[in-house]
Design a protein around this ligand. Sequence first.
Ligand code: UDP
Length: 327
Amino acid sequence: MKSVLITGAAGFLGSHLCDRFIHEGYRVVGMDNLITGDLKNIEHLFANEHFSFYNHDVSSFIHVPGKLDYILHFASPASPIDYLKIPIQTLKVSSLGTHNLLGLARAKNARILVASTSEVYGNPLEHPQTEEYWGNVNPVGPRGVYDEAKRFQEAMTMAYNRIHNLETRIVRIFNTYGPRMRLNDGRVLPAFIGQALRGEDLTIFGDGSQTRSFCFMDDLVEGIYRLLLSDYSLPMNIGNPDEISIKDFAEEIINLTGTSQKIVFKELPEGDPEKRRPDISKAKEILGWEPKIHRSEGLKITYDYFKQLSQEELHKNEHKNFDAYFR
Ligand code: UDP
């Protein structure tokens, strides 16, 4: 039986990856320090004899007994409000954490895939973004703690690949959505759906002309699975190239939820990228992958998930001390 360590296992993407690898017949070791993850995302796996879990911070030395064939490093805060709240942990998990996991991969002779991000492109001057674009990142802006940690992570991973011949994979993930996102993590999709469900106005930051390209998590997981099993060790974009402005996206959420609330405009947070869309030619050519789930379908599934959350979860305010961010 092949075994895989998944860090960030209790998070949005990590938990879906745990499900996928269990489904594929792997022994899955999940690891998470639960700083942004939630055990409820993997509760259903605890009864499975092929699943085990460590409550551990990967920024500290990692010990996992037994053999490991693969490591997937998905531990990291991934929403701008989280970077503001826990900037030092954000920096550590993708630098020290990545270093520890690369060391573990060497010790176990395992192949490692690290989760990078479209944020390595910063506020991009090239559009759409190909993997060859180097980015336009402000290291000392509010997003710098995430962007630079992920850029360091890529450099470190390539160094282990080149110096130690370690088998490495780097996925650059663009905006992804789906069930198990935190309703109050501050990201635009849960923010809008949460506002609609609570009967609040939808808050657009800036004038809403900034664009994003949203990928449904099933598509993303399929792309990651294929990348892991491929021979390709340079960074690869995985995302949905279907680009939409945040204003149009708000309209889609209004139509989806049937809310009678209006849109209100707030200040654009510093360093918020103006546009983002992946060039996925490489994924198409090398992995035979492209997204299959249209936004209308993915949004319905995601809305159904948020609708069944408890009132307590719906009204939880995670941002009490960060109201300035939402001016
Ligand atoms: N955004 C918004 N209203 C919100 C939350 C976010 O208009 O309540 C905007 C945000 O300024 C950004 C886009 O939506 O331009 C996507 O934000 P998100 O935090 O989801 O991720 P990002 O792609 O910026 O990392």
